[in-house]
Design a binder for this molecule. Sequence first.
Ligand code: AMP
Ligand code: ZN
Length: 460
Amino acid sequence: MELQLFDTYSRSVRKFEPQHPPAVGLYTCGPTVYDYAHIGNLRTYIFEDFLRRVLDWNHFQVTHVMNITDVGHLVSDADEGEDKMEKGSARTGKSAWEIAEFYTKAFQNDMDRLNILLPTIWCRATDHIQDQIEAILCIESKGFTYQTSDGIYFDTSKQPDYGYLGRLDVEGLRAGMRIDMGEKRNPTDFALWKFSPTDKQRQMEWDSPWGKGFPGWHIECSAMSAKYLGAYFDIHCGGEDHITVHHTNEIAQTEACHDTRLANFWMHGYFLQLGDEKMAKSGGGFIRLETLIERGYDPLVYRFFCLNALYRVKLNFTWEAIDAAATSLERLRKAVNEWQPASSSEVDPGFIGQFEIAINDDLNMPRAVAVTWDLVRSNLDPGIKKSTIAMFDQVLGLKLMEWEPLVEEVSDEVLRLMEQRTQARKEKRWTDADAIRGQITALGYDVEDTPLGPKIKTRK
Ligand code: AMP
Ligand code: ZN
């Protein structure tokens, strides 16, 4: 089955065809590095990782670009309030630059722990100020900008299809928001360049043709995606909150400058919720991956939890659901671990076909997991099961082939016998060592000597 993906722009599932097969250009909006990522943010990156792996499965050659927002994202997501980076600096007493460095590393560490593939290209907004200035100059030369006392703004009324991605009722917004617009001409207008305040010194600011200041949040993604993937490329992703503002404005900018609508497919991951509320960095219920690890969960349990829901539905976080995911993943790991590898790498084409139908149906990962369980329960030869599941795991990313049970908890008596056996082996008293092994076996355990030392397992 060919790959079908839901495109938010057309609100339909369409066959995915890249512009220049087998090459695929993929841009995913990265983190704003003023604080740790919460597991809601991470759900979006996990969804994007499934997409990336499904593209790989289909033999596309993906160039994946992810930005790091380290300037310009204001507290309100619109153009009001403090820059999140400067706010983070005030909160921690570190410089905005130090904070960016610190939280970028923390984010990359989370990605690693969740087995999320690294992008082909990372790009920091602050490393691309000149590219953003040039993008603004381009938009200005096409007549879409105006200046206010605090910056250069994009005039959204000049674009007849502004807001199409979010199906925005631009007229309704205009009617409802006559007040509180400041010097903006339309409620949906947004900043391309903001001037530094006159009453205080910003830590991050640059010279520009319009005066000292910093770029708006949306321009970084238009400028950097065009630089690395071209003005029009295959797939652009982010969380659902980006549909109405951030991605709508990215499209407006790129359309104004390059006369294209930026990406062929727009894909959005839906939110992780706590109760009825979305998980947000500014909200109270902020759970980090670290929180899960501190409570004793393997980080891949969270990946497995996300796998069991469609990316286009909101997902409720509960500790009970995480417990259920942990139990289920443990069962899967144990099953795979017990199968002996086949002498050949023969796979089962029927199961591979079912798995592919699921993942190519707009990333139906819950169905792919169900196919995986069907494989586990099937009567196939364990070696074939093992090679087949190894292929599935290229997409699931659960490191199923690497997992090994930890040394089991055993009684003091067994521990004492293990120590005695190790001592006997050190002293080359092989008969004694074998006799002690016999005693351990009689108590219901198997001993296996590995390069890392003896391992003990319950007898099967
Ligand atoms: P930020 O670091 O705030 O720029 O957000 C990083 C990514 O996480 C963006 O793609 C957001 O759309 C996404 N995001 C924010 N909150 C959530 C949530 N509760 N669940 C899923 N994704 C989210
Ligand atoms: Zn973006």
